[in-house]
Design a protein around this ligand. Structure first.
Ligand SMILES: [Zn+2]
Ligand SMILES: [Zn+2]
Length: 247
């Protein structure tokens, strides 16, 4: 299993960047988790769009879905040009079924709706979820290849149960939209310190901070998480990769 960060900004991408998007590859299966603004352009630095099997969305907010529409257009074009015969699977939360249904392109996409209680199988990967505390229905995502596990918090304010969900993960990608001491909770987000607390309580092996703010000094986020978490802390960055040996 290999994870590559494609986009990491919160809210909107700064020049040359992208918001939430993570490429996951396993045994030839390629998929995206979230498809934020700039994702389709930046994804092509790493893979051919026609080779993408699926996209899974954590919630409907634009910084996680802005490029979903154009990604479906790319599949319409790639199928017409016979670059691929396979429709793109779109796995979306059933809580916003009507919103996501508008992205369906007959013949070019296959919709799959998940509930947070569901266990989803995409390729040979297993996905489980936990509802987060956020203004829109949102799911934290846990991915397992049978040997290694990584957890993506998606958007959320701090809750103890996040650490339970992320217990013993090899990698936690946690949102850090604010700095320690700021009131992240009233915006439905976490501080870097809270992300560190989640990773520490979970005894996760590594933590990446993502969904980063448009203010302050990002290195400070890393320092704040490191002050409360004993594992490895990194800032998400485009192209940052973590891979685990396949079974
Ligand atoms: Zn959100
Ligand atoms: Zn967001």
């Amino acid at each position: 299993m290999k994870m590559t960060c494609i986009g990491w900004w919160g809210a909107y991408p700064e020049a040359g960047g992208a918001t939430s998007a993570y490429l996951l590859e396993h045994e030839g299966y390629r998929m995206l988790i979230d498809c934020g603004s700039g994702a389709v352009s930046h994804l092509q630095q790493h893979v051919n769009l026609a080779g993408l099997d699926a996209v899974l969305l954590s919630h409907r907010h634009h910084d996680h879905t802005a490029d979903l529409g154009v990604l479906t257009y790319s599949r319409v074009v790639d199928m017409a040009l016979e670059h691929t015969a396979a429709p793109l699977t779109i796995a979306a939360p059933v809580s916003d079924r009507d919103f996501f249904a508008s992205y369906h392109r007959e013949g070019s996409t296959e919709m799959m709706y998940y509930d947070v209680q569901d266990t989803l199988h995409l390729g040979n990967l297993v996905f489980t979820f936990q509802a987060t505390k956020h203004p829109a229905p949102c799911a934290a995502v846990k991915v397992s290849d049978g040997k290694n596990t990584f957890v993506y918090t998606a958007d959320t304010s701090y809750e103890d149960k996040l650490a339970t969900f992320a217990a013993d993960a090899d990698l936690v990608i946690a949102e850090a939209s604010f700095y320690a001491g700021q009131d992240a909770a009233s915006f439905g987000h976490m501080t870097a310190e809270e992300a560190g607390i989640v990773a520490e309580k979970a005894q996760a092996k590594e933590l990446w901070l993502t969904h980063l703010p448009h203010f302050g000094r990002h290195a400070q986020l890393e320092e704040e998480a490191s002050a409360v978490y004993t594992g490895v802390v990194k800032l998400a960055a485009e192209g940052r990769q973590r891979s685990w040996h396949e079974k």
